[in-house]
Design a binder for this molecule. Structure first.
Ligand code: AMP
Length: 210
């Protein structure tokens, strides 16, 4: 069973690496950020509520987020494992997750602030399938168009510099203490995610989780 969490600051590459690793184990990649963006696009009640918090660079309330994840993890495709990306982000979320299921590994992607600013500044994402590209590090074949599904690529509102700074402060304040929680359980592996070559980071992750 591979019940994994990918933790790291924004721009650490959680989404990018989770996408590669999920294919290797044939387990779903569950990104709460993507789920919220989907709900916002579809204008569901959850989306309308989440949007108020996300647009300001704030976290969506725990209760709402935990319910969303609990429902997702109860589905059949999570039986052999999953990769959680962007959840848990607070201690109450981690404690709630503990009651839902057992986490076997936490991959902590470590990255410095200058690398974060460089990566997020150029990040573009597909509106349709959520695939992530980068204007210079990982450009699409055709500018503004997703290689995978042909959808439109855009810069997320929360990737603007003011929002990035706020999100990083929130990460330090609320998410970093989660590491203590998981270190005590002895399930954390540390991966240096500053390496500009994605395949090297993937190799390191695989070595540490297998
Ligand atoms: P992400 O794509 O993971 O950076 O998430 C984008 C935004 O969605 C975050 O800045 C939060 O506002 C919200 N969000 C995603 N995951 C969570 C979570 N676990 N708890 C609270 N808010 C979240």
């Amino acid at each position: 069973m591979k019940n994994m969490i990918f933790i790291g600051a924004q721009g650490a590459g959680k989404g990018t690496y989770a996408d590669v690793i999920k294919a290797k184990f044939d387990i779903p990649h569950i990104s709460t950020g993507d789920m919220f963006r989907e709900a916002i696009k579809d204008e569901t009640p959850l989306g309308v509520e989440a949007k108020k918090h996300i647009d300001g660079g704030n976290l969506v309330p725990d209760e709402l987020t935990i319910k969303l994840v609990e429902e997702r993890l109860s589905r059949d495709d999570c039986k052999e494992g999953f990769i959680l990306d962007g959840f848990p982000r607070t201690l109450p979320q981690a404690q709630a997750l503990d009651k839902i299921t057992e986490i076997t590994q936490v991959v902590f992607l470590e990255v410095t602030e200058d690398v974060i600013m460089q990566r997020l500044g150029g990040r573009i994402q597909c509106r349709k399938c959520s695939k992530i590209f980068h204007k210079t590090n990982m450009p699409p074949k055709v500018e503004g168009v997703c290689d995978v599904c042909g959808g439109e690529l855009y810069t997320r509102d929360d990737d603007r510099p003011e929002a990035i700074k706020k999100r990083l402060a929130i990460f330090q304040e609320q998410t970093a203490p989660l590491m203590d929680f998981y270190e005590k359980k002895g399930v954390v592996v540390h991966v240096d995610s500053n390496d500009p070559i994605p395949s090297e980071v993937v190799k390191d992750i695989m070595k540490k989780i297998e």
